[in-house]
Design a protein around this ligand. Structure first.
Ligand code: ATP
Ligand code: MG
Length: 440
């Protein structure tokens, strides 16, 4: 059991037989087992691979189960009625069981070089553009990202097959990119973001050779399509480890690639303000996820881009714009500039803008307008945002407290004074003690 599979030298696999490892079928989703068995019974190789195997070995609950096979996507489709083929860059079969999808991927050949049959392609910068050359299990193992993601659980004999030293890395708690890190990060720069995400999620340390090129290669993320970056960003910040990821991304110069405007604000920050706001926003998001409460990217985005928006609004105000217009224009500009890097669907950018605009209205408290504000569909998120700003020292605590109090008693008191009658019974918004602001 001493194969460390360094670099691209192919070497014999290590087979870990059933009694020697901890993966038991009881912990595998019945649907994944169904897919594995049906492939096997039809004469194909069938393995569980990727995060499912990794997480089971670590005693964690896998997010999903991926299957690797020598059956081609069309063959897979013939075996399952509930199957659809997806993807261009990677063609995959999805076998659908209600809400659970088992992803079935055909073994892919290791790339590095040629594009002989026109279906694998690496561009001038060394990036993989298409990856549809089918191969064998060994090639498939070496083209995966990290050794701990390249372990195969073979349904034929319940053994684990390890080509890349993944078992040893699992035991040591090390995240190691397979092959030459510089080459592999250039092939697909998103692997740098994945490295951070897995390191924090698993509590693994990065292998020194894996870690070494990241700071230099970080700018390659500039070439990744904005939609793919948005997806990765959601995984980084809505997966329960937002704060840890934020800190590690900054450490490796990666954060500035995702949020250049925010990074700029952070580098010239005063009184720690944006850093405190962001850190607390992230910590609150993590807490909410842990408690099973809903979270929305709109709130997180609002937190991340708030300082750039404030700075831009201040500049526009200094040029003579009315504060409301200045904030409106600043919001539009910052949203547009961020969109060049990362595609943000309008269903997130619209509420984000509302959260920002409502801050102005929250800053002038009292009167009928405050009562009306309570009924605004985005009031709760905007109020939570205000709490966060108060915690971070941007606005006085008293302002946040006033709104907390006002939700409890204010509206009725106010109506009484205004009409001289007993207030109508109304449903009260219960005040919240900690900001999280992610109720949509
Ligand atoms: P999780 O689903 O828990 O986030 P995962 O390891 O399953 O983690 P996925 O994104 O679901 O990650 O990918 C499944 C597997 O596909 C990975 O484990 C890895 O082997 C391979 N893979 C995914 N993305 C890449 C990539 N960019 N480069 C190389 N291999 C990849
Ligand atoms: Mg997965």
């Amino acid at each position: 059991m001493s194969n460390t599979g360094r670099n691209e030298t192919r070497s014999a696999a290590t087979h870990i037989s059933r009694p020697e490892h901890s993966i038991s079928r009881v912990n595998i989703s019945p649907n994944a087992l169904k897919v594995l068995y049906r492939l096997k019974d039809a004469g194909y190789q069938a393995h569980l691979v990727g995060g499912g195997v990794r997480d089971l070995l670590l005693g964690r609950e896998p997010k999903d189960f991926d299957v690797a096979t020598d059956a081609h996507p069309e063959d897979v489709r013939k075996l399952f009625r509930n199957c659809r083929l997806i993807g261009r860059r990677f063609r995959l079969a999805h076998v659908v069981f209600g809400r659970e999808i088992i992803e079935v991927a055909t073994f892919r050949a290791l790339q590095h070089g040629g594009n002989e049959d026109g279906d694998q392609h690496i561009d001038d910068e060394g990036r993989i553009v298409r990856d549809n050359v089918f191969g064998d299990i060994e090639g498939d193992a070496f083209r995966r990202d990290f050794s701990v993601n390249a372990l195969y659980y073979n349904i034929a004999d319940f053994s684990i097959i390890d080509y890349t030293g993944g078992m040893a890395d699992i035991e040591r708690g090390v995240l190691r990119l397979i092959g030459d890190p510089d080459t592999r990060f250039r092939e697909d720069p998103v692997r740098m973001l994945r490295a951070v995400r897995f390191a924090t999620k698993l509590g693994f340390r990065m292998d020194p050779l894996t870690e070494q090129p990241i700071k230099n290669l970080a700018p390659l993320l500039g070439d990744i399509p904005p939609a793919r970056l948005f997806d990765e960003m959601l995984k980084l910040f809505l997966g329960g480890a937002a704060l840890a990821n934020f800190e590690m991304l900054r450490h490796y110069n990666l954060f500035g690639q995702l949020f250049p405007l925010t990074e700029q604000s952070l580098t010239h920050e005063e009184n720690n303000f944006p850093l405190t706001l962001i850190s607390r926003g992230m910590a609150n998001t993590d807490t909410r996820i842990e408690q099973g409460k809903p979270v929305t990217p709109a709130f997180l985005f609002a937190v991340l881009l708030w300082q750039p928006v404030r700075e831009r609004a201040a500049k526009l105000e200094a040029e003579g714009q009315h504060p409301v217009l200045a904030l409106q224009h600043a919001s539009s500009q910052i949203i547009a500039e961020q969109a060049v890097v990362m595609a943000t669907p309008r269903r997130f950018s619209l509420p984000m803008r509302e959260i920002w605009m409502l801050q102005l209205r929250l800053e002038s408290k009292g009167g009928r307008r405050s009562v009306r504000l309570l009924g605004h569909p985005r009031f709760r998120a905007a109020y939570d945002f205000l709490l966060l700003r108060a915690e971070a020292g941007e606005v006085p605590e008293e302002l946040a407290d006033w709104w907390t109090e006002f939700q409890e008693t204010g509206p009725e008191q106010h109506e009484k004074q205004a009409t001289g009658k007993r207030p109508r019974k109304r449903r009260r918004n219960r005040p919240r003690r900690s900001p999280g602001g992610q109720t949509e």
